[in-house]
Design a protein around this ligand. Structure first.
Ligand SMILES: C[S@@+](CC[C@H](N)C(=O)[O-])C[C@H]1O[C@@H](n2cnc3c(N)ncnc32)[C@H](O)[C@@H]1O
Length: 283
């Protein structure tokens, strides 16, 4: 049966449509560093980490999850595979990435091939939706949901799918943007050019939904202040120097220039919050 696509997913796909992205990244890399033969996972950091905090945030959170080498991880909404490559290489995890946006999945595969899969480890990418995951029950030791739920209106279905594909004892690792008590978020932001595809839920609402799904909470941290500081640093750096050849504009176009100021303000005013959490599917 063909997977069906719902209206809000079509709009999300359009937001992340980016034809020839891998070739644009290649051109940027060759302009700054030289031959694509030398490309490493680390080199891609300025363009493939589509979340607040970049690679250091992902690594610190994954350390907390304490997954053993060889554990199977689903990177749900993997974007262009930045975190998939990073955690496969750093922790020896067996990573499957899935994303709604066909251009992103193509790009994830090409970038991984250029970095040399033998240097990264076991990694695979599929196009599809977290609302209808094409995996059997109990397929994964962990699911990473990193900056994706704010694009998903029907969070109950996504969380039920995460629960279903996890093994008993498996971990759901969240690095997400939630709604905050401050004024309406300033747009555009990386996940939406306007409010039509921004579905922020408060941590209170999300944690109730997680509990109703059957998860138990193991770890929680409100990272909003740290996130505001991170964007402040990004803004300070980008205001001083011309854009580097590898930068988020390759992915998001001219709107990317507004993300820094808007996100610093959104987090500072708690219009949006950034949370990290680790939840467990009981045995
Ligand atoms: C802000 S990006 C984050 C990408 C990646 N997790 C990262 O941190 O680099 C959000 C991603 O979620 C994906 N996404 C949104 N809705 C989705 C869905 N229903 N199923 C799968 N992926 C989805 C988008 O296509 C996009 O790649």
């Amino acid at each position: 049966m063909e997977p069906h696509i719902i209206k809000s997913e079509e709009s999300v796909q359009s937001h992340y449509a980016c034809p020839d992205l891998a070739q644009k990244i290649r051109a940027g890399f060759e302009q700054s560093k030289g031959s694509i033969e030398t490309l490493s996972v680390r080199d891609l950091g300025p363009v493939d980490q589509l979340h607040t905090g970049g690679a250091p945030a992902t690594l610190a959170l994954m350390e907390k999850a304490e997954l053993p080498k060889g554990a199977s991880v689903l990177d749900a909404g993997c974007g262009i595979g930045g975190s998939s490559r990073l955690i496969a290489q750093k922790f020896g995890l067996d990573v499957t990435g899935i994303d709604l946006a066909p251009d992103f999945v193509d790009t994830a595969r090409i970038l991984t091939a250029w970095c040399g899969p033998d240097r990264i480890g076991t990694i695979d990418f599929h196009q599809g939706s977290v609302l209808e995951l094409p995996y059997g029950n109990g397929s994964f030791d962990a699911v990473l949901s990193q900056h994706i739920l704010m694009n998903i209106r029907n969070k109950a279905t996504a969380l039920a799918e995460f629960f279903r594909v996890l093994k008993p004892g498996g971990k759901l690792i969240l690095h997400e943007i939630t709604d905050g008590p401050g004024p309406e978020p300033q747009m555009p932001v990386p996940w939406a050019a306007d409010v039509s595809i921004s579905f922020l839920a408060s941590w209170e609402a999300l944690s109730t939904e997680l509990k109703n799904t059957g998860f138990t909470l193991d770890f929680f941290s409100d990272e909003t202040e740290t996130s505001a500081q991170w964007w402040k640093k990004v803004n300070a750096l980008t205001s001083k120097a011309p854009p580097r050849p590898l930068n988020p504009r390759l992915v998001f176009g001219d709107n990317a220039a507004l993300f820094g100021p808007n996100m610093e303000r959104n987090f500072s005013q708690r219009s949006a919050c950034c949370i990290e959490a680790i939840l467990v599917k009981p045995c």
